[in-house]
Design a protein around this ligand. Structure first.
Ligand SMILES: N[C@@H](CCC(=O)N[C@@H](CS)C(=O)NCC(=O)O)C(=O)O
Length: 203
């Protein structure tokens, strides 16, 4: 009934991690981005952007990783805030990730990790710019996580499913995370979760 269209990359990893954390049964369709699988007609019918992740739950289809995670939290009422203030904080950190981290970290991830796997020459200038762009926001996140172990406080929530993969990609891309002790500790905690084993990057 639940199908996740995905690939080994941090945005799809967010959705898969949330499904794993919730212990939901799902089937996976791998859209091989390395071979242009995202251009298949079926992918375009489900997501006009031709990107993954895409979640199908019965007749309902949703794309955008952070929207998928929000939907799962709202639908399952687990690992998700119940009050308006908590939901507001969840939205704040999800928008923060999508607006300030996802794009520059995607650039670092591609040039610091994926390009090598694909035999492509990394764009070092783009990576330098992305490192500068993300540093300011990584400091904000580091300061926040120095106070509490998880993004919404003392308890793990589905919001952490959006931060674990993006920080994992950043760490695989180079030593960008070394300067941030709280981010390093946070990533270690994510990587130790049972749910992470299904999602961790395999080249
Ligand atoms: N904002 C979207 C971004 C999705 C995205 O960029 N997905 C990448 C994989 S991480 C993709 O499918 N790329 C294929 C392409 O751009 O052709 C989300 O959060 O779901």
């Amino acid at each position: 009934m639940i199908t996740l269209y995905w690939f080994w990359s941090f945005n799809p990893q967010k959705a898969r991690l949330a499904l794993e954390e919730l212990g939901l049964q799902y089937s996976l369709v791998t859209v091989d981005l390395g071979r242009g699988g995202q251009h298949a007609d079926l992918v375009g019918e489900l997501n006009p952007n031709h990107k993954v992740p895409i979640l199908s739950w019965g007749p309902y289809t949703l794309w955008e990783s952070n929207a998928i995670v929000t939907y799962l939290g709202e639908r399952e009422h687990r690992l998700w805030p119940t009050d308006a203030e908590g939901k507001g904080r969840a939205a704040k950190w999800l928008f923060f990730e999508a607006r300030h981290l996802s794009e520059p970290i995607g650039e670092l991830w591609f040039n610091g990790y994926v390009a090598r796997l694909m035999g492509r020459t990394p764009d070092t200038l783009a990576a330098e710019n992305a490192a500068k762009k993300s540093a300011r926001y990584l400091s904000v996140l580091d300061e926040h996580l120095a106070k509490d172990p998880w993004v919404l406080g003392s308890e793990f929530s589905l919001v952490d499913c959006c931060y674990g993969p993006v920080l994992d990609a950043l760490a695989l891309a180079g030593d960008y995370i070394e300067a941030y002790p709280a981010l390093k500790a946070y990533l270690k905690n994510i990587r130790e979760r049972k749910s992470w084993r299904a999602c961790e990057f395999r080249s």
